[in-house]
Structures are given as C-alpha cells and as structure tokens.
Design a binder for this molecule. Sequence first.
Ligand SMILES: *Cc1c(COP(=O)(O)O)cnc(C)c1O
Length: 398
Amino acid sequence: MPGFELFGEQEKKEVQDVLDSGVLMRYGFDGVRNGHWKARELEVLLAKRMQTKYAQVVSSGTAALTVALASAGVGAGDEVIMPTFTFVASFESILAIGAVPILVDIDDTLTLDPLAVKNAITDRTKVVMPVHMCGSMANLRVLRAICDEHSLLLLEDACQAIGGSFEGKPLGSYGDLGCFSFDYVKTITCGEGGAVITNNKEYYTNADNYSDHGHDHIGSDRGAESHPFLGYNFRISELNAAVGCAQVQKLDSFLEIQKNHYQIIRTGLEKVNGVTFRSVPEGGVENYSFLSFFLPSEELTRKVHAALGENGVDGCFYWFDNNWHYYRKWEHLSNLTSLGNLPKEVKDRLPDYAKTNFSSSDHWMGRTISVLIKLNWTKEEARQRADKIAKTIADCFN
Ligand SMILES: *Cc1c(COP(=O)(O)O)cnc(C)c1O
C-alpha cells in the first residue's frame, strides 16, 4: 500500500518549487509565490481523478472526516453509524463535533453490514459512514438505498481504498461526501494530509471555509475576509501538498503494481484448501492494497498468524487483536476516557459498548488475516511470498 516506497525525483521537484519561493502557506502571498499553489493544484488533480466537482485538501484523513461531517451540518447529539472494524479516526472525528458514534456489525465484506445499519437507524441518525477497509468496499448500492429511504447522508471513508471503484465510480465519489488520507502509510502520501471530495457545492464551500477558521475566501485581502460561521484550522501546508501533487499522478501506476502483486499472492492461496476470500460487492473493483482471507476457525487463524511471523513473512495482520482497528480494544471509547469533560449529548447517548453484542463481527474478524501488498516487491519476491504463505497455512492444517 505505501506510496512512500516509490518516492523520488518528482516529489523532490514539487517540494523544491515551494522551497524556492519560501511560501509555505496555501493562502495569500500571491506576489511572491512564483505561481505555485500546490494545495490548489492537488485539489484540481484529485477532483479530476475522482470525477467529482470539488475537492478540499486538509491536514489529515481524520481532519477530512471531521470537516466532511461539519460541512454537512452534523453536530452535537446527531448519530453517525460506523463499523466495528475501522481506524479510531472514525469515532474521533464524530466525537470531535459532539456527535455520537453508533457502532454496528460488519459482514464478510469486512465493512458495514447493511442489515445492521438498517437496524441501528433512529430519529437522531444523520449519517451512514462506511469505511472501505484494506482496499475493498462496502455495498454502496444497498447503503445508498437505505440512506435515500431515511434521508441520511452517505459519507465514504475511502482512506484505505483510494483508486478503487464501485459501479464505475471512484470510491469516495459514490456517496454525498468522500474522504481520503495521505498519511505516511497510505497508498499515496503527503507525509500528512487528507481530502474531502463531493459534488455538492454547499458542502464544498462549507468545507473550504470551515477548514480555515471560517474564512470566506472572498477578495484578495485575507485580513479583510469575513467569517460566515465558526471554523477551525485544518489547513495543509504547501510542502505537504507538493508531495501529494507528485504522488497523485503516480496513483494509477501504483494501483497497477498492487494489482499484479495481489494477483500473484491470491493465485498462490487459492490452491490451499480451507482458505476463502473476503467478499467484494458486485460492481466493486478493489485498490488491491491488501489481500484479506478467512480460515475455518479462530484457533487456526491465530496459529497461522503466529506461524507466518515465525517464518519471517512480514506485513500479515490479525486485526481481531489489534489496538487501533477493532472495537474490542477500544476501551477508551467504551469508558469515554478523555482529558476533559465531554459534551452531555455524547455522555447521555453513547451506547454501552462494553456490553454490546458484536458476535457477527467477531465471527468474521476472528478468522481474518490481511496481507499487505507492497509496491517494492519484484515479481519473483511476490511469488516466493505466495509460496511461503501457502505452505505455512497448509502446515498448520496438518
Ligand atoms: C488512516 C485512516 C484514517 C485517518 O487518516 P490520518 O491521515 O492518519 O488522520 C481514517 N480512516 C481510515 C480507515 C484510515 O485508515
């Protein structure tokens, strides 16, 4: 997955442009920036690649989620439906605006189970937030229908699946709003960065203003701009955006490499009895950043994961035990352990996640292993890796 593996001359050139002018900020200083507007350029490139009218680049993927929610008017006490398998950023962004994260089960897509979403809808629900984990997507067609029926927003977290698509549309562009992360370990990176994409002009304008203290960005005197509403600072710096300008232009070549390497690993594992693969909704094309598969029992999966480590196969994840990606280790969320007091709406309305039954999620996660697909492997290395993983699994069955 990581774009940092293929970092080079193009990135250096883009960053050098910024260093040469010395204008590290994305707004203002028109006269001295030598025509370089890297954040703006990245937005144009992204909107084009993602086939949306608008893109707003911000300081991180977590910031993108927060800005996306805020831009659509989500606030204190509103409920946002999210999956049990994701990254902590999902509930962090929801809590940041005083909204309430409503966790629901995943299914064999390793993303939101549409039936669980349906059952979780209340009169306070505002948003359904599918998270396209590990390179593949939620069933967006079904989720779109549910959202339309209940007048809810569909906000796609495509941070781990940039470049994948559903029914011909780039992931992130199918919903009302979509978010990407360009942190250091994502498919393309800015070092730190993120983006919101949308076709909705009002959400875009709100996102643009909100992420810069509420500046309306009208006129050419920053200090004289007015502030139509309260905002915050989620700006990206020109240095980070410059890296993104180079990386986004490499996205399709990264995807092609990932697809080839994924196919090699998958072909190797298809020969192993007892291995089944994560389901990809009809109409979906993965970004191939991971290959995720199921084994018949939790016990066997633990055994295989340990054996892969002992055999020196790096980049194999057993998310079921992971501190950051699965609800079982989120006791800071279930206990609401925070530095300061939290909004009353959150304290009153957060379900008791220490007691919630997520056995359907556990049924899948307990048996899932994800293999990170790297860009730097040679074909031969990928083949050897496939053989090693297949042999390790077969040995564990015996
Ligand atoms: C990385 C990630 C984020 C947050 O991105 P940052 O840029 O690290 O803040 C959000 N959601 C998912 C699914 C992610 O993997």
